[in-house]
Ligand binder design. Sequence first.
Ligand code: BES
Ligand code: MN
Ligand code: ZN
Length: 503
Amino acid sequence: MKTTISLSVPAEVEAESLVAVVLDHAEPAPKEKDKKPQLKVAAADPVVQSVVADLLASGELTGKSCETNLLHKPAGLKAKRLLLISGGSAQKFSGYDLRRIAGAAVRALKTRGIRSFAFVAPPGIPAEEAVRAIVEGAHVGNFDPDYYRSDRKDQKIDELTIVTSGNTDKAALDKASAEAQIIGESQNFTRDLVNEPSNRMTPTILGERAKKMSAEVGLKCEVYGADKIKELKMGAFWSVAQGSDEPPALIVMRYEPAGAPEKPLLGLVGKGITFDTGGISIKPADGMEKMKYDMAGGATMIGAMRAIALLKPKVKVIGIVCATENMPSGKAQKPGDVQIAMSGKSIEIINTDAEGRLVLADGLYYARQLGCTHLVDAATLTGAVVVALGHNNAGIFANDDDMYERFHRANAKAGEKMWRMPLDDEYKEQIRSSIADIVNSGGRWGGAINAAMFLKEFAEDTPWIHLDIAGTAWMEEQKPWIAKGPSGIALRSLVEFVRSFAG
Ligand code: BES
Ligand code: MN
Ligand code: ZN
């Protein structure tokens, strides 16, 4: 999608469609039923305001978020159409909402065969922030995962113009737009990887995609196989990989910009289970097809490394993806087996379906061996996090409050929702084993925390964040702003987090 900034008056912009945001300025009423929406268009242009005045006054609109109205040949506007899109309450309106309605505008227009439009940045949000939100949200909306349908329409928006008057520092706005485009494209790159089914996204193929991307953006990338995994004594990673005929891949991407200090060295570690059958502790058939997205954490790290390489912050980053299938077979590990992780810790396998924490245990330890001073992992780790937080917030765990605060700020900036979960020492009880150092499954209660406690054993004293994206990496249904399928969650926060170290 080509994006340009325009400082013109909205009415003067020539476009297939102009898009303007409608906000509800009603004061909170004591009774919901007494509440009448007070709708105003968020555009400081009297011509736009007069075109929509009657519609907004008609009482026909609810003003609920993502409600749309398309007007043809709007009087006084150079644009062929005017799409009104509601952003909900004016008081609560933020960059988070703006991303959503930018995505919704893209989806509303592209299904009508429109390929280009101009979005009027609402004056209430600082211009640079608005530009970022609109460009990122528009990219999210532009993605559709139906590649394998013969009747795929492949409708997309090719050109987006952002009309803004809030800040006339055009260079700063152009930069914001270009950076947001890199992030949006990287998020969609990740979504493409996640969307592929497991027969088309084996660990080997994931490694090849990481290599190809790395060559394109100037990252160093090594992809190691079973020999190296065994040589490194990654007994936890290998215990999962041993059950599959498909070779595993240990993907290591390095971003080492000239002039960056030796420290910090950030480590991004992703779970790359290209299919999770559960292994010998096999999963029920119902819904198992979805376990193709169990490599979303890994794909997120590959996409984040792409964005980082293109944005060029002055900080060193290593991306590590532990990719394998989790299969039942004559070679598969069995419940009761004891494995020795790379760190030397012994693990009693209670449930072979708790495989993500096994591959990450070695991934995190390896990152520390490579000198990482700060760690972040992302993983579709537990069903329990979906029970706890549903599909709207990813779970965030941290062994260090400063690290959490920093990530939280990045989160807010990136417009992604995550909720912190506890990691008190008391939970350690849950993963105690009578025959080894720890068990790999602490049982049902607090399942997401047990999994995080397990990882914490391998992050040890290195500041570390764990993101459990099991409930958020896949949209169960389409929304006005995003297709059903892979969401690309966490990439934007990760990129902001990395940039926060670059001063
Ligand atoms: N990949 C799953 C977690 C998952 C569940 C991801 C739902 C996406 C949607 C993970 O490997 C797993 O199987 N976890 C088990 C752990 C249990 C055996 C301790 C779970 O959550 O049931
Ligand atoms: Mn599993
Ligand atoms: Zn899994």
